[in-house]
Design a protein. Sequence first.
Length: 184
Amino acid sequence: METSGGIRASLAGRYASALFELARDERRIDAVSTSLTTLKDALGSSDELRILTSSPLIQRKDAAKAIAATAGALQLDQITTNFLGVIARNGRLRQLPEVIRLFNRLAADHRGETTAEVVTARPLGDDQVAALKASLRARAGREVTIDSRVDPSILGGIVVRLGSQMIDASIRTKLNTLATAMKG
């Protein structure tokens, strides 16, 4: 597991590692993973929640109350709810998306999976995700979890980071390569 110098090197990594260790000790990794997935989906779909977690204008005490109400409404498990209260009181809600990403990576490592970070210009369909998983599983030789995000700036194609390997088949990169070649 990459916790010594890699994940723990950042503030979000230290929070993710602490949450993971607590979830592991309580044997609640799956429950916390499910809650964090729910929270990640809510962050992606709710402008109010995104503002709550990113605005420096919201007081810590108010943020803690709002995040506790949100955790209740989303029916998050108790470990995740308590964790969210801690990072809200510490003024670290801006770190939440990175904490979720790193926790998922730690949980995947714990399950013997590897995580592939996938960037596409548009969201992938379920059949595309399944085909990508199968292809990456054959390449990695073990189960692969997909951590996908959408970045329209790549114009099209896909960028995959699997461990230390990076596969960049984005249109943006191809256009940049073509432009460099044409300069002579």
